[in-house]
Design a protein around this ligand. Structure first.
Ligand code: CO
Ligand code: CO
Length: 320
């Protein structure tokens, strides 16, 4: 929608909305740029404190996905008139716990009355202009790493419908409350040749892979057997616990996908599952891939190498 409107021309905009990247980046000094993002949504779990943690983890993720460090945040609250304010306090406390873990200071916010609870943050971070990890940097010959399992969308839907088993909820919550901070710091800690990065969120793995492929003018080959899957996610799909957003993602993006081997329909469906606080999708020089995966796994990050980047061909995304 923004693209249909008149353009503002500002040479300090290093990353705008044109390439559907994770966050906007705005240069403020020769060696410094702001990274800005905003995200808020309705509860995905029943417990208010956990919901706050997930909303914060999700909002911070786009800063990490750009190679940035979060600095400050503003809370966004929509809350029903007659609801118990103690619930809102728990949501805010959960969010704050993750902001503290991220070293990101909450400096304000805004709240309005609304029939449905919604919560999230606008987050500002900093990045060196030469260290921006845009989604358009993937290069032929790179390997792809995904740092979290898929399935939070279908499991959240099962939670809403009272169909999720406790073990599935525990695993999904653990994943959705794990900051991408540690993964981003590992990338920055050594001379890893990471060329492009994004996080997998509302458009699902394929939707965000599509944006990376288009912005980088490359084709992505993804090995479906190497993708980590949350326990219960395929069961949720088999029993019809599929969010509306998943169907929309699939209708929008499946036209760029070629299925190059026999893949079950459940697994195909999962590739379009909208993720909340999903993992980082990293395009890295093939020679550095294994070491980064090993280092991440040793730190408790469930990262997997899931594919390769090639010269641009059709179909844009090939699933094996
Ligand atoms: Co993102
Ligand atoms: Co975002």
């Amino acid at each position: 929608m923004l693209g249909k409107l008149a353009r503002q021309h500002d040479p300090n905009v290093l990353v705008g909305f044109d390439l559907a990247d994770d966050a906007g980046v705005y240069q403020i000094a020769p060696d410094q740029a702001l990274v800005q993002t905003v995200d808020f949504f309705t509860p995905v779990v029943d417990d208010p404190y956990t919901f706050g943690q997930i909303a914060a983890t999700n909002a911070l993720s786009d800063i990490y996905a750009m190679g940035g460090k979060p600095l400050t945040s503003l809370a966004l609250v929509c809350f029903p008139d007659k609801a118990d304010l103690e619930i809102l306090e728990r949501i805010l406390a959960g969010g704050l716990s993750k902001m503290i873990e991220a070293g990101c200071t909450v400096i304000g916010g805004h709240s309005i009355r609304d029939q449905e609870t919604k919560f999230g943050y606008a987050v500002t971070g900093l990045v060196h202009p030469n260290k921006i990890l845009a989604n358009g940097g993937a290069q032929p010959g790179d390997a792809l790493i995904l740092t979290k399992p898929l399935g939070t969308g279908v499991i959240s839907t099962a939670i809403k419908n009272g169909k999720a088993e406790p073990a599935w909820i525990d695993a999904a919550v653990q994943s959705m409350t794990k900051l991408n901070k540690q993964a981003a710091e590992l990338i920055g800690s050594r001379e890893y040749r990471v060329h492009g990065m994004t996080d997998v969120t509302g458009f699902g793995l394929i939707g965000h892979a599509r944006e990376m492929a288009l912005a980088s003018n490359v084709t992505l080959r993804i090995l479906s057997k190497d993708i980590a899957i949350l326990p219960g996610a395929l069961e949720c799909i088999r029993s019809g616990q599929v969010p509306g957003g998943l169907k929309a993602n699939r209708e929008f993006a499946e036209c760029v996908v070629g299925y190059e081997s026999a893949i079950s329909d459940e697994l195909k469906t999962l590739l379009f599952d909208p993720q909340t606080a999903g993992g980082l999708l990293i395009s890295i020089a093939e020679g550095d891939c294994e070491q980064l995966v090993v280092e991440m796994q040793a730190s408790g990050i469930p990262a997997r190498s899931i594919g390769k980047v090639t010269e641009s061909q059709k179909p844009l995304i090939r699933i094996y």
